[in-house]
Design a protein around this ligand. Structure first.
Ligand code: 13P
Ligand code: SF4
Length: 307
């Protein structure tokens, strides 16, 4: 395994490639990354890099975002099948029909969507800046929010808006059960519950803190508490534990039969696939020119509003 890691690092250097990794990647991949982050930080980093190759250890829409924001770079992903249930829950034709029903609404889309959905959007957001992006519009602005109904409902609650929501969700966060969490709280009365806003409302109601991946990492790092129940994807625990070796983190399991809560798409990536992608310079993210152009405007708008 170490030999493979060394081969990856050597090849990346030879090819002037940078490796970006989302916090949901396995620890070995996080550890070789030149930069790791949540969706917002990764998009910001990808937009600025002058490396010849961006190897994106994440999922497909993240690779697309990197390509759209920095089209001169060759963008590789380790596995073309690393999709996202949330992005897939919003097909372009269906969304175009939905949008047509609300001609006086603007569209704010969560970055977890396809490049085609981005072309139909006025601005993109991530979980890290969603409230800020929505709040940048006047209170009476009519808004469609897509594709995550849980994040959209949460933003409606926080901002007092009534955005129209597309009915999509993340298959990892949407199945976290409030019953299981209540039992964990009973068993661990000293633990703080933190949750990602992609979780459904019954989970968020119970949470002491709701925030994006980076917000949760910062929260646990800075908190005086010693024990946390973590309602999001398992990969986050690696950085959490690194930041706070003296604290205890209990992941909310997806169901009774498993002790983890992994995103199957994120976990398709392996060290060996990263090596092969760098060696063969594929799978490569390639998008039609017009889609790149039309999807770029709402992404750039997000970056401008996030500074
Ligand atoms: P963030 O990285 O914005 O917290 O999003 C989590 C996620 O589900 C990424 O796919
Ligand atoms: Fe998509 Fe959910 Fe996996 Fe994130 S965790 S990539 S939103 S399926």
């Amino acid at each position: 395994m170490d030999a493979m890691r060394d081969k990856v690092l050597k090849l990346a250097k030879e090819k002037n490639a940078i490796i970006l990794a989302h916090y949901y990647q396995t620890p070995d991949i996080q550890e070789i990354a030149d930069f790791k982050g949540d969706s917002l930080a990764l998009a910001q980093y990808a937009a600025e890099t002058d490396a010849d190759i961006i190897l994106f250890a994440g999922v497909h829409f993240m690779g697309e975002t990197a390509k759209i924001l920095n089209p001169k770079r060759k963008v590789l992903i380790p596995d073309m099948n690393a999709g996202c249930s949330l992005a897939e829950s919003c097909p372009k034709e269906d969304f175009a029909k939905f949008k047509a029903q609300y001609p006086d609404h603007i569209v704010i889309s969560y970055i977890n969507c396809s490049a085609e959905i981005k072309t139909l959007s006025d601005v993109i957001c991530t979980s890290g800046n969603a409230v800020q992006i929505v709040e940048s519009y006047p209170k009476d602005q009519k808004i469609i929010f897509a594709p995550d109904k849980n994040l959209g409902r949460y933003i409606n609650e926080v901002t007092g808006r009534e955005m129209v929501l597309w009915d999509g969700s993340c298959e990892v966060h949407d199945i976290l059960s409030s019953e299981k969490i209540m039992q964990m709280k009973v068993d661990n009365p000293d633990a703080i519950l933190i949750a990602h806003p992609e979780c459904p409302q019954p989970v968020l109601i119970l949470a002491d803190f709701v925030g994006s991946t980076t917000a949760m990492l910062n929260y646990t790092k800075n908190s005086d508490a010693k024990k946390f129940i973590v309602a999001t994807e398992t990969g986050i625990l690696h950085q959490m534990q690194k930041d706070s070796p003296d604290k205890e983190f209990l992941i909310v399991p997806a169901d009774e039969s498993c002790s983890c809560n992994d995103c199957a798409y994120m976990k398709l990536n392996t060290m060996e696939k990263i090596y092969l992608a760098l060696k063969n310079e594929k799978p490569e993210i390639i998008l039609p020119e017009q889609i790149m152009k039309d999807a770029k405007a709402p992404l750039v708008r997000m970056l401008e509003l996030s500074t």
